[in-house]
Design a protein around this ligand. Structure first.
Ligand SMILES: [Zn+2]
Length: 307
């Protein structure tokens, strides 16, 4: 409002030094003066904003030239509607999500106007923004612990991540989440994936009961459901007998297996405890989505690290 002050001063002055021969300004004249002063103010504001916007654009382009920001033709923008969630290096996208990369056909309009061809990934189906961001972190780093926020992510987070993997049909990401889920449930999947520490039974039972509170079977988490049932069978039959600890899908399945075992005493017919697996293939076959012909993401990652 400071720009309006001269006008106020002018009006005050006019009344103080009133010249009897000079007629007082009419209301219309004052209104016109006020309007033009206001117009000046608005125009100045517009001009300032335009200059600032041009400066920002210039800075952005300069940064592009020097590679100071993650924007560039070697990055993919991950977007949910108009919100940019992450930037993933194009090479990582190509290597770790080739099936999604080949469907990338969108180019960011804003950068195209500036002569740059920057690819955009925007999921065609509904996914949570947080989950999408976690997926982008995994694509960039292949560090599932980092992308899910540490070693003790909530089971809600794990289930949401599995929904993203299912929605994007991204098998490697699904398999990485399954490895994390196994780690999270068993706490013993440490340096060596299948080495457990003493007293792990109680930890597994507590984790299974935590998962029971949020678990709802769905196509997205069918592998997790499989692991859940096997671990309940091996570590918490008491919880199944209590009837109100686990969802009915888990209870009914495990109860049938236990009765079957009592009837036939055939231990071979029971699914093996995954904590006792010794080889990666034993884990991949029942709990990973990749086929026998495809290389497990764990092997791809270890080869990558050696390069
Ligand atoms: Zn595998």
């Amino acid at each position: 409002m400071s720009a309006l002050l001269p006008l106020n001063r002018h009006v005050k002055g006019a009344s103080k030094n009133a010249d009897p021969e000079t007629p007082a300004p009419s209301v219309q004249a004052l209104q016109r003066a006020y309007n033009s002063s206001l117009l000046e103010l608005v125009e100045k504001g517009n001009k300032d904003r335009k200059v600032k916007a041009q400066q920002r654009q210039k800075d952005g382009l300069n940064n592009l030239d020097y590679g100071k920001t993650p924007f560039g033709e070697d990055m993919v923008i991950v977007r949910k509607f108009s919100r940019i969630l992450a930037h993933v290096p194009l090479a990582k996208f190509k290597k770790w999500a080739p099936e999604i990369y080949k469907d990338l056909d969108r180019v960011d309009q804003q950068y195209q106007q500036q002569g740059l061809k920057i690819l955009v990934f925007q999921p065609k189906c509904y996914v949570s923004g947080i989950g999408l961001k976690q997926w982008a972190i995994w694509l960039s780093t292949q560090n599932i612990k980092k992308s899910l926020g540490g070693s003790m992510a909530s089971f809600d987070t794990i289930l949401d991540a599995l929904n993203i993997a299912y929605a994007l049909q991204h098998n490697d990401y699904h398999d990485a989440i399954m490895d994390y889920a196994a780690y999270r449930l068993c706490l013993g999947f440490r340096e060596n994936l299948f080495t457990v520490h003493k007293g792990v039974d109680k930890d597994i039972q507590a984790s299974l009961r935590q998962l029971a509170q949020v678990f709802t079977p769905s196509s997205a988490n069918s592998m997790l459901e499989k692991l859940f049932k096997v671990l309940v069978l091996h570590y918490d039959v008491d919880g199944v007998m209590a009837r109100d600890v686990y969802p009915s899908a888990i209870n009914d399945h495990v109860t049938a297996q236990v009765f079957g075992y009592w009837q036939h005493k055939d231990e071979e017919a029971l699914p093996r405890d995954p904590v006792k697996f010794e080889r990666l293939e034993e884990w991949c076959k029942p709990y990973h989505l990749h086929s026998k012909e495809e290389v497990c993401w764990i092997i791809k990652k270890s080869l990558d690290d050696k390069c």
